[in-house]
Design a protein around this ligand. Sequence first.
Ligand SMILES: [Zn+2]
Length: 388
Amino acid sequence: MSAVLKGNWNFPTTIWAGPGRIAELPAACARAGIRRPLVATDQGLLDSAMVRAAASALGGAAVFGGVQGNPTAAHVEAGLAAYRAGRHDGVVAFGGGAALDTGKVVAFMSGQTRPLWDFEDVGDWWTRADAAGIAPVVAVPTTAGTGSEVGRAGVILNEATHQKKIIFHPQMMPRVVILDPELTVGLPRGVTAATGMDAFVHCFEAYCAPGFHPLADGVALEGMRLVATYLPRACADGTDIEARAHMLAAASMGATAFQKGLGGVHAIAHPVGSWFGTHHGLTNAVVLPYVMVANRAAIAAKCEVVARVLDLPERGFDGLLAWVLYLRRELGIAHTLAEIGVTLDKAAIIGSEAAVDPSAAGNPVPVTAADLERIFRASVLGHLQAAA
Ligand SMILES: [Zn+2]
């Protein structure tokens, strides 16, 4: 089985996929031109066997483990301090989406003189960066969802404004990615489900986003098929390496596809995560059907294609919506944001912040703050048809 699941891909970056390939981490660093790596990881993984093994394989590399939950500017500052103190020349970003984003932003900021928020993904602000000051990154995901390992951005929370900002530069793309499914077998079922649904939403929103991008559309459709096939298996048996391998691929495919754009689900999930500290993938999974209902007229034809690719028993928009609701139930995902601790008191702020989130621009139909507030309220209360 392992031989079948092994592959070296060069799109959208160098990816080494397969069980046990974490053994090639030193070779990955050499390939990326990193001699003194800083390993950036989640606080929860700091004492894990896999992080200890990675640091030891890299000749006793320093480990920065100060990443917890949604990454903030303070996490980036702490990582930069560790990076400079150790005179490192690159980052091994190792962990979930938060660790990957933080590690990538630390490597990006290591040679910049301007402050972090000058590089928000607005217009051509990325051209403000000194490209020569961007350190190389090797990315090793330990969850299958965000796809940050193949992304050119990091999402960082501005604690002063409670807004999640996207820090973007084309050279933030990791030089080498290791997709080793054995690193994900220990993930609890709930995290597997929530992160896996994030991958699905990346593919779905990218596919439904307007614009001419057949490359992204093709990747998105196959990514959705992989999630539909393998996420229930990975949740039923966390040691199913075949399922884990395909979910890691699907996660990378989602982030590859969403170069085309995202949509209302992410636009709402970002401020909800900022204000309520909810898990990103879980928030997306809860909000998805409400945004589908709101976008119904604009996405009906695309949903017909998705339903055919997934070979659903019932076709069209209604068939796909019914399947999404069924999958969420099977995976134990809540139907309402209220069930994950979100209240209505910030509804107006969520609506206005969602409207200016960069993801909103990819929604299949233009959405106003009032539209997004209505969808948010429907998601909190569980009134699916009220989203329309
Ligand atoms: Zn996402």
